[in-house]
Design a protein around this ligand. Structure first.
Ligand SMILES: NC(=O)c1ccc[n+]([C@@H]2O[C@H](COP(=O)([O-])OP(=O)(O)OC[C@H]3O[C@@H](n4cnc5c(N)ncnc54)[C@H](O)[C@@H]3O)[C@@H](O)[C@H]2O)c1
Length: 428
């Protein structure tokens, strides 16, 4: 599997953040669900209106969009037709926050219509879409930012700094285990994420974050993936099921019962908008049509001979990740706990052990809302403080593609029961 130096893929630099515009940036948003209306809607309108104007909103669900518009405090027009929105509002940048499988369509349409793009992860859900995005960006000369917020979380930055210092030498292999708990993990099986055709599976939807972190931490590009996946808790595994938690006859005996009616915001955003698209936000986690895995492992080989052993489990008693980097001079262990409620606080324990020496340990508290404070740091970097990027945190289409391609290769590897090369999927 080791590659000769001559055959290493060219490592492209991360995209440099654009210079701050002399006038306000005109942004339009497609996908006014929970992420679009909060992080990319309300937050931008409330905290970045000195540098940005939201000029248009688009969603296929007009009821949700109308509620979201009020929630965000937006004063712009709304559209159910994306191209009409672009023609009438003429934005500089389109922010894409739809269901994952539609990202590629809007990213490409936006660039063809003359706009830059800021897209939520995953950039796309299959290799054809990834190729179309890369080709369209090349042809149109427009630019894509993929918003990998995890790169900005304090513990991820600390890991990057330690690896960049090279104090444990050259990295030879990595153990990376990610745990989603029975609350957050289960939430993926209640929503559209539970169907591969919408999310590309958790190997794409969720693990795109993890694979991107690893690509970035290692400054390396993946070449081959061999994976396994099983559905062991959700979907067909239960002896009972219903359509949704609301009015479920099995409430009393179901550990995964979840009462959406206690959250008025979610009621307004989803339940009251059901008549427009039939989307049920509190679907049963035991629906038989769930076709993603909740238990996954992958072996990933990198261009620089680093081997990664990765796992993702979606029904764990606690949430976080354990990562261990084996280097030629020592080992770095990091154990990150995202405590309950998972999004409010997290605690990271680090251990650095130099060969033939004792370990040094230290802990970090990395609190803050918006993914451990990462969302705000990233948005500041995108909209307010562009410029030097010493850790290479900015991510574009190449980084967006390489992270999803590991997950897509993992999916193909499971389907075809063989190792899958990244170069079989996309021409970069
Ligand atoms: N970076 C992060 O940490 C993070 C966190 C949450 C979500 N996300 C990403 O944000 C995106 C949105 O997730 P969400 O949780 O808000 O989901 P959601 O279901 O709440 O919202 C998706 C929205 O897209 C709309 N939509 C669906 N198909 C569409 C289409 N063809 N055209 C236009 N609109 C369409 C839906 O009506 C809905 O309003 C996803 O891609 C998700 O991966 C990222």
């Amino acid at each position: 599997m080791a590659l000769a130096a001559a055959s290493l893929p060219l490592l492209k630099k991360s995209p440099v953040m654009a210079k701050p515009p002399a006038r306000k940036l005109k942004a339009a948003l497609v996908g006014t669900g929970i992420r679009g209306s909060s992080t990319w809607g309300k937050t931008l309108i409330e905290s970045y209106s000195d540098v940005l104007d939201m000029v248009g909103l688009c969603d296929i669900n007009p009821i949700r969009m109308e509620y979201a518009k009020g929630y965000m405090g937006a004063v712009c027009p709304t559209f159910t037709d994306f191209q009409k929105m672009i023609k009438e509002t003429n934005p500089d940048t389109v922010i894409v926050t739809t269901t994952d499988c539609f990202h590629a369509k809007y990213i490409c349409q936006a660039m063809k219509m003359g706009c830059d793009v800021i897209t939520e992860k995953p950039m796309a859900t299959d290799e054809k879409m990834a190729q179309e995005i890369l080709d369209t960006e090349r042809i149109t000369g427009k630019k894509i930012i993929v918003t990998f917020n995890y790169r900005y979380s304090p513990e991820a930055v600390k890991i990057k700094e330690i690896l960049m210092s090279r104090e444990i030498g050259d990295i030879t292999s990595v153990d990376f285990n990610y745990y989603l708990d029975v609350f957050h993990g289960a939430s993926y099986f209640r929503r559209w994420h539970g169907l591969k055709q919408f999310s590309g599976s958790l190997f794409v939807h969720k693990a795109t974050h993890h694979f991107d972190l690893m690509n970035w931490w290692l400054s390396a590009e993946p070449v081959e993936v061999y994976a396994h996946g099983e559905l062991r808790t959700y979907g067909y595994n239960s002896p009972f099921r219903s359509v949704r938690c609301m009015n479920c006859p099995h409430k009393e005996k179901c550990d995964f019962d979840w009462d959406i009616t206690t959250n008025q915001h979610l009621m307004n955003l989803y339940v009251k908008a059901e008549s427009a698209d039939g989307y049920i936000r509190d679907s049963c986690v035991f629906r038989k049509k769930i076709n993603i895995w909740d238990t996954m492992t992958a072996q990933v080989q990198y261009h620089n001979r680093v081997m990664m052993s990765y796992s993702l489990n979606a029904f764990m008693p606690y949430e976080g990740y354990f990562v261990g980097f084996n280097g030629t001079r020592g080992r770095l262990d990091a154990r990150i706990y995202h405590n309950q409620p998972w999004k409010v606080t997290s605690l990271a324990d680090f251990r650095i052990t130099h060969n033939f020496k004792v370990s040094q340990t230290f802990s970090m508290k990395s609190g803050g809302s918006g993914h451990w404070g990462a969302d705000q740091v990233m948005q500041d970097r995108i909209f307010r403080k562009p410029g030097p990027d010493p850790l290479g945190q900015a991510a574009g289409s190449r980084q967006g593609a390489l992270s999803i391609l590991i997950g897509i290769a993992a999916r193909r590897s499971i389907e075809q029961e063989r190792p899958f090369k990244i170069e079989e999927l996309v021409k970069m």
